[in-house]
Structure formats: structure tokens, C-alpha cells
Write a protein that binds this ligand. Structure first.
Ligand code: ZN
Length: 447
């Protein structure tokens, strides 16, 4: 686990203890509910200027956390962040096997808990306690509503919680004295005081997530595809500039012999960042930049393999949604192969060549993600295998059996990122593991 995840974990624990007295009156006291509350509380504290999403399986609604810099005037550029975070909600919905709908219900979306009808019943709603300009709030909701119907798949609303602080000063437009009140009101409005339906111990879905694809997809769709509500913001140009900046920050092409995304898991990306940091590569080569660079190469690969119309007829947003949907039962890599007909290793090896990281890399040297049994409890440990399967092996074997099951996640002797884990034997270990899992989840989808 990386330093940043440790940081998030300890911060969560600190938050639990700091607000537990005030929160004790609320009925939603299970661990995931408290962690969700803690996430909201932390944002209202104004200590971080970032976007995020909170997906809570079974809950009557879900939330986007949107930071608005009060000095920024490009409203549509900020609305892009809401679309990006919503794409993360979709990914999480599929990985949790909660999203099963292929087409959206029409009309307004009632809270799935009909006995507690708070909110206005609309699919996208805003919580604005920090005096964010109404034009900004309206634009964010407009951008979300302008997305195609086939991604409006939740049977419950999505709340956009707006935070607005003066950068570097902690608090600004959000009244610091109201932090606790705001956090509790927002939590209760979205999830309900008793958080009806919210699962207290969510599945270990992160283990089947491909982190670089998740980040790349979210930003690509928000800037290149779901852009019909933008009139002044040129999403495509913004994306191109981000890719150019990402290459500079990550010292690509060439000049970065550590740009190995490997399986694409969060663990592999964190390991890679540690190596880059030790080699003096700027911290600006962030998880988001890595995901975007990978995704840009994935797009190039698809265009090269499937023709100039491939983004419209082959590598469509729907195609990647099918990958997410199949990932919990097939594993990400087999779901990816079954959808596109190329192995993850083939795409990554091409990326290494494109960015001159390693021109001799071949598909079978790229680790692939295991299929992880998400019903396992405990700390998520994305598992990878070395070497990757060949194209023919993928044809013969996909979908793989569950090759990483509870208590046995280290099947490959060559896998450096996975480790043996015995089943937790007491409540304290289970509790710590769930807390780690929850904080891992929040760290994962921070931006
Ligand atoms: Zn993101």
C-alpha cells in the first residue's frame, strides 16, 4: 500500500475520532456510512481542492463531490469535472454488479427508498451550502442531463455536492463554523439519516478495477464525448493539451524508463510512481496523467487496428461499459479481450513503444489482472500474473476461472505486487481491513 493510501487511511481514522461524538446521534453508524460521512466532512473542511465521487452500494442515492475554486470563471470547464466523476460512478456501479440496466428509466427518478422522499425526485440534484454561483450549479446539472440516456442508468438520484474554498486557506465561501452541520445535512439529504439500503461492508470490487483505464475513460468521455452542453469550452482541445502536458510531466516520449503501467491496477500505478519519484520524475506525473496517457494510446491502438471510424463503431463508450460490466465475473483482462479481441498486454506493449519507454516490450511480458472473488472480505489486493497470457491463450481460456479466491490471492510466484494473506481471524482485523478498504476506495476515486 502506498504512502498516499496510508495517509488517507490514517486521516480517516482521525476523522472518525474527531467527529464521532457529534455523529453518534445519527442512525447510520456502520463503518461504510461513517466513512462516507467522513469523506463529506473532510471536503467541507476545505483541505483539498479536488473532485470525487461517493458510490455506496444499495444506498438510495449517490454523490459527486465537486470543488469550485471561487476565483475561477470558466464555468463549463468546471462542469466537465461533474461529468468525469459521474463516469466513475458508472464504473463503480458495474464493478459492484449493481448496474444491470441497459437503458435508462424515463422521466424523473424517485429515491429508491420510497418511504423517505427527500429531494425533488430528479435524477441530478445539487447541494450548494457554500454560495457557489447559481450559473455554475445550473451548468453542472445541465452537463449531466445532456449526457445520453444510455448512461442514465441508476434507479436513484445523483447529488452534486458543491464545495468552494479559497485555495490554500482552507475555508472561504464555506463557513468553517458550519462544517459539521453542512456535512450532516448533506449526508442525510443524500443517504438518509439511517442510510437505508447502504451496505455496511461493500464487496472488494477494487480488485477487478483497471485504474488507468478508469481515469483515462472518465476524462476522455468528459472532454471528447459527453460535450454537447459546452458552448465555450473546447473539450477536445483541452484533452489534447492535457496529453501534451502529461507527456512533459511524465518525460515522454523517451526519458522515462519507469513508465510501466503493468496490469493497470492502482497498486501497479503506485509502485510505478514510487520508482519515478526516486528517479526524479516530477510528481506532476499523476495518476490522472498516467491514465490519460494510457487512454490516448489505447485510442491510437484502436484506430490503427479497427480503422478511422473505430471510435464510432468499435471502441465506443458502450463497448467499454460492457467491459466494466463483465469485469466482476470474467476479470478485467478477459472482459477486455472478449470485447475488443486484443489482450491488455498487446495494447500496453504498443503504448510502451509509442512513448519510447521500451521498444522491445511484447504482450506476454505485461502482467494481467487476475479475476478476484469480490465476495471476499478484507483488504483489497489487486492480483496480477506474470507473464501475461498470449493472444491464443486468451482465446482458449477466457473467461478464466476465479484464480484469486479468498485467502489465496498470490498464485503467481512472479507477481511482486500481490502477497499472501491469511483470512482475518478476529473482529479487529476484519474491522481494520474494512476501514482500509473504504479508505482505499475513497483514495481511488478522488479525482
Ligand atoms: Zn477520476
Amino acid at each position: 500500500m502506498s504512502a498516499s493510501l496510508h495517509g488517507a487511511f490514517f486521516l480517516s481514522l482521525a476523522l472518525f475520532s474527531s467527529f464521532s461524538n457529534s455523529f453518534v446521534s445519527a442512525a447510520c453508524t456502520h463503518e461504510y456510512g461513517q466513512a462516507t460521512y467522513g469523506d463529506i466532512y473532510q471536503k467541507f473542511q476545505g483541505l483539498e481542492a479536488s473532485g470525487g465521487s461517493t458510490y455506496a452500494k444499495g444506498a438510495r442515492a449517490n454523490g459527486l463531490h465537486i470543488y469550485i475554486d471561487p476565483t475561477v470563471t470558466e464555468i463549463e470547464e468546471t462542469a466537465k469535472v461533474s461529468v468525469h466523476e459521474y463516469v466513475h460512478l458508472l464504473q463503480q456501479g458495474y464493478l459492484n454488479e449493481e448496474l444491470v440496466l441497459d437503458t435508462a428509466p424515463t422521466g424523473g427518478v424517485p429515491l429508491s427508498d420510497s418511504s423517505s422522499s427527500v429531494g425533488n425526485g430528479l435524477r441530478f440534484q445539487a447541494i450548494n451550502y457554500c454560495d457557489v454561483a447559481e450559473a455554475t450549479v445550473t451548468k453542472h446539472l445541465e452537463a449531466l442531463n445532456a449526457m445520453p440516456d444510455d448512461v442514465k442508468l441508476f434507479d436513484h438520484p445523483t447529488f452534486v455536492i458543491f464545495y468552494s474554498q479559497t485555495p490554500g486557506e482552507g475555508t472561504g465561501n464555506c463557513d468553517a463554523a458550519q462544517t459539521e452541520t453542512f456535512a450532516r445535512d448533506a449526508f442525510n439529504a443524500i443517504y438518509g439519516e439511517d442510510c437505508p439500503g447502504m451496505e455496511s461492508t461493500p464487496m472488494i470490487w477494487e480488485a477487478n478495477e483497471n485504474h488507468v483505464v478508469a481515469e483515462g475513460e472518465a476524462e476522455f468521455l468528459a472532454t471528447n464525448v459527453y460535450t454537447s452542453s459546452y458552448t465555450s469550452f473546447n473539450g477536445k482541445a483541452y484533452w489534447e493539451q492535457k496529453i501534451a502536458d502529461g507527456k512533459t510531466d511524465c518525460k515522454l516520449p523517451g526519458n522515462n524508463p519507469n513508465f510501466y503501467v503493468h496490469s493497470g491496477s492502482s497498486q501497479d500505478v503506485d509502485d510505478m510512481k514510487d520508482k519515478m519519484q526516486n528517479a526524479g520524475v516530477s510528481p506532476a506525473c499523476s495518476n490522472n496523467a498516467i491514465g490519460e496517457l494510457m487512454y490516448a494510446s489505447f485510442v491510437n491502438y484502436c484506430l490503427e487496428k479497427e480503422g478511422t471510424n473505430a471510435l464510432d463503431d468499435y471502441c465506443t463508450p458502450e463497448a467499454l461499459r460492457r467491459v466494466w460490466k463483465a469485469a466482476p465475473t470474467q476479470g478485467f483482462d478477459c472482459a477486455f479481450f472478449n470485447q475488443y479481441g486484443w489482450t491488455w498486454g498487446e495494447v500496453v506493449a504498443k503504448m510502451y513503444a509509442e512513448y519510447q519507454v521500451d521498444t522491445s516490450a511484447v504482450a506476454t511480458t505485461v502482467p494481467s489482472l487476475c479475476l478476484y472473488d469480490q465476495t471476499c472480505s478484507g483488504e483489497p489486493k489487486p492480483c496480477r500474473r506474470l507473464p501475461s497470457y498470449t493472444h491464443d491463450e486468451a482465446l482458449a481460456k477466457c473467461p478464466f476461472e476465479v484464480i484469486a479466491s479468498c485467502g489465496d490471492i498470490s498464485l503467481s510466484s512472479a507477481s511482486s505486487s500481490s502477497s499472501s494473506r491469511s483470512s482475518p481471524t478476529n473482529a479487529a482485523m476484519i474491522s481494520a481491513a474494512v476501514a482500509a478498504s473504504v479508505s482505499f476506495f475513497f483514495a481511488f476515486f478522488l479525482n
